[in-house]
Design a protein around this ligand. Structure first.
Ligand SMILES: Nc1nc2c(ncn2[C@@H]2O[C@H](COP(=O)(O)OP(=O)(O)OP(=O)(O)O)[C@@H](O)[C@H]2O)c(=O)[nH]1
Ligand SMILES: [Mg+2]
Length: 284
């Protein structure tokens, strides 16, 4: 990465230092090489602006409870006191009241009729305000715990990580929340990612947060089941600082499973994940 991409930038909130000032002065005075390690981001100095994206397909039964839980977890007097700048529910062509319920609860709703988990995430990203520093992702079925969001954000805020992954494997799991085929698939996929990319992961779960500038750099493309795998592979290739933390995982609260709970969904997801792992290896 060249120096220019590391210079302090201005946002609508005022100046934001992405490089600490002494370091900046030294580099600007040309006292050292103008190239810096691939991912050299520092702490987000001011309170970060966090945008949360929730892809949702027919989650009418879950989205209200999910957003209520999120409100309790993020109010100033709630536990972690995390302030979210945007809560974006991406309605991925639902035939139920998902969008209406999300709007009633005050979320910003983005309509993305083209199906696919990655497609929904891409539509959510397109709706994030330019001044957001951190983008987080969480499923809309109630399986991730909103109270853990601030733990996910904290290492990025402190400048210790660019991508933080909530690992369901390391975390406490409600019985049945990860099917045996999901657990086997995770083991196989993470093993292959270690062999092909030298990256150690325990999971490919959806609950994650990433710096906005890092997300822009890796250029996400996948439109369906390969989304989380692609992000992890590209993060490793771009030498982002990646941190996995244990994340609680619950069974979906209600509604119908689209991936893990069906044989078709599981097979399609497995095939796409393996293909994604091979594809980025072959293209290099
Ligand atoms: N599969 C799928 N999920 C989508 C899509 N768009 C949004 N989603 C959401 O992506 C999340 C993951 O889908 P789930 O059906 O929960 O898949 P899963 O977590 O593997 O399976 P269970 O939680 O066990 O049902 C949910 O919040 C869905 O509502 C889409 O086009 N396809
Ligand atoms: Mg789920």
């Amino acid at each position: 990465m060249v120096l220019s991409t590391c210079l302090p930038t201005s946002t609508a909130r005022g100046p934001r230092a992405t490089v600490n000032s002494a370091e900046f002065v030294r580099r600007a005075a040309n006292l050292e090489s103008t190239t810096v390690p691939a991912a050299s981001y520092d702490a987000i100095v001011m309170a970060p602006r966090v945008a949360l994206i929730l892809p949702a397909l027919d989650e009418e039964q879950n989205v209200a409870a999910m957003l209520d839980e999120l409100a309790r977890a993020t109010q100033p007097d709630g536990l972690p006191g995390l302030a979210l700048a945007q809560i974006i529910v991406v309605d991925n062509g639902s035939t139920d009241r998902t969008a209406a319920v999300a709007r009633e609860r005050g979320a910003q709703v983005v309509l993305e009729p083209r199906r696919g988990y990655g497609q929904a995430c891409l539509a959510g990203i397109a709706a994030v305000e330019p001044q957001a520093d951190i983008i987080a992702f969480m499923d809309a079925d109630g399986s991730d715990d909103p109270a853990e969001l601030s733990r996910l954000i904290a290492p990025i805020e402190r400048g210790e990580a660019d991508l933080v992954l909530g690992s369901r494997v390391l975390g406490q799991r409600e019985t049945g929340s990860l099917t045996p085929q999901q657990q086997f698939g995770n083991l196989l996929a993470t093993f292959l990612m270690r062999v092909f990319y030298g990256a150690r992961f325990t999971d490919l779960g959806p609950f994650r947060a990433i710096r906005r500038d890092a997300l822009d750099r890796i250029g996400m493309r996948d439109t369906n089941f390969g989304w989380t795998t692609e992000m992890q592979i590209k993060a490793a290739q771009h030498r982002l600082r990646i941190l996995e933390i244990p994340a609680r995982h619950r069974r979906r609260r209600g509604g119908k499973s689209k991936i893990a709970g069906s044989i078709r969904g599981s097979l399609l997801a497995a095939a796409k994940i393996i293909w994604t792992i091979l594809r980025y290896r072959l293209s290099n």
